[in-house]
Design a protein around this ligand. Sequence first.
Ligand code: 13P
Length: 252
Amino acid sequence: MANRTPLIAGNWKLHKDCAESIAFAEALNKAIPADIDVDVMVAPTFTALYPVCECLKTSPIAVAAQDMFWETKGAWTGEISAEMIRSCGCTHVIIGHSERRQFFGETDETVNAKLKAALSAGLIPVICIGETDEERKAEKTFEVLETQVKMGLKGLSAAELSSAVLAYEPVWAIGTGNTATPEMVQEVHAFLRKVVADGFQKELANAMRILYGGSVKSGNIAELMALEDVDGALVGGASLETESFSGIVRYK
Ligand code: 13P
């Protein structure tokens, strides 16, 4: 059984301007003990990345972008490359969030292109997957997730994927208050580990951190973290306040 360091990640989505992001990062830095034994990550908006990275330079809190583009440079108006994200001081990037898939045309192919570019730039990718309500009701959950993992990670070796993090976020649980039950989460996470073991490598599957996301709060984090195959959380709404996020980080 691999020793996986838990990762608690906050996705700020379209919240907080620069001043608010800096003030919040400072507050989190004070609230989260420097010697905390879990990895902590926050994902501000693109425009707040540089100031938040500067503010958290000497803290244990890592900073991620919420998305990226796969090209390194060129005539791609409005896009941001992995290198640019690195140059802000970020170490992580979220790829394939369901909101990107739902509203901005993200596909497993674009996830794969972004993942390759992120890894080439030395960013740690947090790759999001998850089924919709209709897919779960149609009993397609496992099929959908298997495709998302296989297509998203296609063409990469176990060595290249060694830093990669998976985040299982059932779409129907995001922002709804409907957390998946512990049984559902454990069943899916164990399945995902098997997909990675069969499609890539057993050692990679054992070492890979698989986060759960979808209405995670300080009140349900402990029971989720107690599950064998849950290695952390990707938190939306409850990551926007110091007390709730630091409460989740200190779930033990
Ligand atoms: P909520 O925690 O608000 O449900 O959002 C989850 C999420 O989408 C994190 O990326």
